[in-house]
Design a protein around this ligand. Structure first.
Ligand code: PGA
Length: 252
């Protein structure tokens, strides 16, 4: 059975004190929930990864990095490598977030390299992709998503695909307050699962979690998560308040 996942992407928010407080609150509030088959993940900034990971050590909460470089070491000022994440016991990395694509020039080709490096270092990958508003208006959203997935993920050996979690995040819904309707999310998620099935086979497709991201809040999470091909959410703004994030976890 594929995993349900609620992941909070803290982006460039929360200093050390705020990160410690937030993760403590989350741990405390999910401690007594029956969370069978559900992973709860938070992704702090690099500078706070280690501390937050140590705090979560004996809890249900897992910690992910927001990005990583494709090379394993070298002269790449400002970057972080997969072995560095391994070294501080971080097991998951977010790759391909639309903000990385838009503001930091991450292309599908570069992401394919990052994905390969992450897999080589046994990191779970939360791989993000999604169309721009213009793509949807011109009815190109399926094609755009298909291209993003093919270019960055179809090189993966089927035996490694268990490390991949997909996160469909329509760019027009990220941080805008505008959410894809549950029907739009389901339609796209079913399409994505079909792509994975055609290339990697039915078993892998059925076992791959596909998250939705883009203005998920306590008020809309339950309806979105009720769709059969939506296996959880990647949460931005609402992940910065323990109450909201925990309410979204509870929506399962
Ligand atoms: P949002 O961000 O929930 O604030 O829309 C989602 C994301 O960027 O992953």
């Amino acid at each position: 059975m594929r995993k349900k996942i609620v992941a909070g992407n803290w982006k460039m928010n929360n200093d050390l004190d705020a990160s410690i407080e937030l993760v403590h609150d989350i741990i405390l509030n999910i401690e007594n929930l029956a969370l069978d088959n559900t992973r709860v993940i938070v992704a702090p900034t690099f500078v706070n990864l280690h501390v937050v990971n140590e705090i979560t050590a004996h809890s249900r909460v897992e910690v992910a990095a927001q990005n990583m470089h494709q090379a394993t070491s070298g002269a790449f000022t400002g970057e972080i490598s997969a072995p560095m994440l391994n070294n501080i016991n971080i097991n998951t990395v977010i790759l391909g977030h639309s903000e990385r694509r838009t503001y930091f020039g991450e292309t599908d080709e570069k992401l394919a390299l990052k994905v390969a490096t992450a897999i080589a270092h046994d990191l779970d990958v939360l791989f993000c992709f999604g169309e721009q508003l213009e793509d949807r208006k011109t009815n190109n959203h399926f094609k755009v998503v298909e291209t993003q997935i093919k270019n960055a993920l179809f090189h993966i050996q089927p035996s490694d695909f268990g490390l991949i979690t997909l996160a469909y995040e329509p760019v027009w819904a990220i941080g805008t307050g505008e959410t894809a309707s549950p029907e739009q999310a389901q339609e796209m998620h079913a399409f994505i699962r079909g792509l994975i099935k055609n290339h990697f086979g039915n078993e892998i497709a059925e076992n791959t979690s596909i998250l939705y991201g883009g203005s998920v809040k306590p008020a809309n999470a339950k309806e979105i998560f009720s769709k059969p091909d939506v296996d959880g959410g990647l949460i931005g703004g609402a992940a910065l308040k323990a109450d909201d994030f925990v309410a979204i976890v509870k929506a399962f």
